[in-house]
Design a protein around this ligand. Structure first.
Ligand code: MG
Ligand code: MG
Length: 268
């Protein structure tokens, strides 16, 4: 495991990428409504990246040779889809929820964030899933302090989610970020004491990204090699921020004031 420690200047560079990510995510949120396709959201994000002189860290991404390169600049995961949904012809309907995961490269530095957005009016249980997942992210961010360990972050989010009666997904999690989108360390969403548990030190920049299911924690991958769905078909939500560990409070590099003020949300 090679963990990078970034200078203040480097962290500011990552924040600039993070700002581009959040500006465009905000546009995607505003464009999300019944009748829009996930492919149209992807096209909007692609043109806004280009307009800002930024590039995509999602499009063409492939974790292994057997997996086809990811075709979009956003991941669009609707309802029972957890993460890595491929944008395309799917038309959003009133009552859907859509997780939009999005990243950008600016001057060689990467930012990465995700929000889950209601499409029109959604059921109260779906609304609550979004509130709990967003709040779990902020619980996790509050644990992202020098002197704590990676699994303290995982535990904070998982315990919060379980106390609200939902499940944190298995297997997936967050990651270091900087010159690459995915760097060490892995930040598991579910606590597993057998996993590496590095110390959090100032200068680490990590993505924290809880994925929460209304039902059980199990998932499976569809035959497109990308889309991850809940095994039991239940709704799933995903929120993510890029966060720097400092000598004091964690610094959210993809912050938007409104992301911190969801029903159960909390600023650090
Ligand atoms: Mg992401
Ligand atoms: Mg990520």
């Amino acid at each position: 495991m090679t963990i990078q420690y970034r200078s203040r200047t480097e962290i500011e560079s990552i924040r600039r990428a993070g700002q581009v990510v959040m500006d465009i995510l905000e546009m995607l949120r505003a464009a999300t409504r019944p009748g829009v396709t996930t492919g149209e959201l992807d096209a909007l994000a692609a043109s806004e990246l280009k307009r800002r002189g930024a590039t995509s860290n999602f499009k063409g991404y492939t974790p292994a040779k057997r997996v086809p390169p990811f075709p979009g600049v956003i991941c669009a995961s609707v309802n029972n889809e957890v993460v890595h949904g491929i944008p395309g012809k799917r038309v959003l309907k009133e009552g859907d929820i859509i997780a939009i995961d999005f990243g950008a490269i600016v001057d060689g530095w990467h930012g990465d964030s995700a929000i889950t957005v209601p499409v029109g009016q959604v059921a109260p249980e779906a609304r609550r899933l979004l509130d709990v997942t967003r709040a779990a992210l902020w619980q996790a961010i509050a644990a992202a302090r020098a002197g704590n360990h990676v699994l303290d972050i995982s535990r904070a989010a998982q315990e919060y989610v379980e106390s609200r009666g939902f499940s944190m997904v298995e297997r997936y999690g967050g990651h270091g970020i900087g010159r690459e989108m995915h760097e060490d360390p892995f930040i598991p969403n579910r606590t597993d004491e057998r996993m590496p548990n590095p110390l959090l030190r100032p200068g680490m920049v990590i993505c924290i990204e809880p994925m929460v299911n209304i039902g059980k924690p199990g998932t499976r991958e569809l035959s497109d090699h990308w889309t991850v769905v809940t095994a039991d078909g239940s709704l799933s939500a995903h929120f993510e921020h890029t966060v720097a560990i400092t000598t004091g409070d964690p610094l959210v590099l993809t912050d938007l004031a409104r992301e911190a003020t969801g029903a159960e949300g909390r600023a650090v």
